[in-house]
Design a protein around this ligand. Structure first.
Ligand code: NDP
Length: 321
């Protein structure tokens, strides 16, 4: 029996490649001399897509036999899941397996930013210590952290902050289950009452530029913004102005509006900590995420329910199986 055919638009990591090569005929667009010609040839036979980046409606329309898109990562804002849903195609993502890692990174970024740990290390490496101690920094001790997006990762961050004895409040569209932290229905209202915002919001239209000038001004001159969710959530030019004009104190960013491009104005600032989207980027966690991609695709092969379909494509059975 011939193997089902799978499209891989971009490079994926070794455990995913090895497992999928054993189960599917994999067509790698990124490796093709002429990707458009390869796509035109294989498109009618493609039943599955494995992807770490974008799958738009135009690509979905080219794949009439498509049943499943297995996306690597919990955020799938680059996959048009809503459109896939209208075609009976299931989109899966990789939640849970990265939650604790991203929460660890968020705490690291928060500490680096508030306590100026990377700036003080730069000071030491520049040989400045013998001429005087590094200036005193801000502190977590007197801060209240407003978590923007208290979902799986947000709750894991909140648990860590509780252990650090830091007060937590949060904003979501709806109050979260099983938490006693104060809830704010309005983000600007929350920003007025806290001095630290930590965003773990997903990308997409509903969150675009949610952290805008009004929110930053409500946060105020002692304010710290940490963003570990998606870059599109923050109005980046307004953030840069707020930092330059010291209308907020500092920012720690793992994600950017047009990553991997990071604005030169941000790089020039001392009161920011900038990470290259490393929230989940450990060998341990990336392997677990890869395994989740494999398990979702294996479920499709076996005619079983996927482990983690996204909300836009609830599983009610595979298209043709
Ligand atoms: P969840 O879906 O569990 O949590 C998302 C939270 O955001 C929910 O509490 C939801 O609550 C809230 N939310 C969603 N939309 C809005 C909105 N428009 N306004 C206000 N609140 C909103 O996801 P995870 O915690 O697992 O992941 C969150 C995001 O973190 C991912 O989507 C991804 O973008 C990002 N991420 C970044 C990583 C990195 O490397 N930096 C790694 C992994 C994830 P409600 O529905 O009630 O509004």
């Amino acid at each position: 029996m011939s193997r089902p055919e799978l499209l891989m638009p971009g490079r994926m990591q070794k455990n995913v490649n090895d497992a999928l090569d054993a189960k599917f005929t994999v067509h790698r667009l990124y490796d093709a001399k002429d990707p458009a010609a390869l796509l035109a040839e294989v498109a009618p036979r493609i039943q599955a897509v494995a992807v770490g980046g974008a799958v738009d409606a135009a690509l979905i329309d080219k794949l009439p036999a498509l049943e499943v898109i297995a996306s690597f990562g919990v955020g799938y804002d680059l996959v048009d899941a809503k459109y896939a849903g209208t075609k009976g195609i299931i989109v899966t993502n990789t939640p849970d397996v990265l939650t604790e890692e991203v929460a660890d990174t968020a705490l690291g970024l928060l500490l680096m930013t508030v306590r100026e740990l990377s700036a003080s290390e730069r000071y030491l490496r520049a040989g400045k210590w013998p001429s005087g101690n590094y200036p005193l920094s801000s502190s977590l001790r007197d801060r209240t952290v407003g978590i923007v997006g208290l979902g799986r990762i947000g709750k894991a961050i909140a648990r860590r902050l509780e252990a650090f004895d830091v007060k937590v409040v949060y904003h979501n569209r709806r109050p979260a289950d099983d938490v006693s932290y104060k809830y704010y229905a309005d983000l600007t209202e929350m920003a007025k009452e806290v001095d630290t915002l930590l965003s773990v919001l997903p990308g997409g239209a509903s969150t675009e530029k949610a952290i805008n000038r009004a929110v930053l001004d409500a946060l105020g001159p002692n304010g710290v913004l940490i963003n570990i969710g998606r870059g599109t959530v923050v109005d980046e030019p307004e953030l840069i102005k707020a930092l330059q004009e010291k209308r907020i104190l500092a920012a720690g960013l793992d994600v950017f509006e047009k990553e991997p491009q990071v604005p030169a104005e941000l790089i020039a600032l001392e009161n920011v900590v900038l990470l290259p989207h490393v929230g989940s980027a450990s060998v341990y966690t990336r392997n677990a995420m890869g395994q989740r991609v494999i398990d979702n695709l294996t479920a499709w092969l076996d005619g079983k329910p996927p482990l983690s379909p996204v909300v836009e494509t609830p599983f009610t059975g595979w298209k043709k199986k």
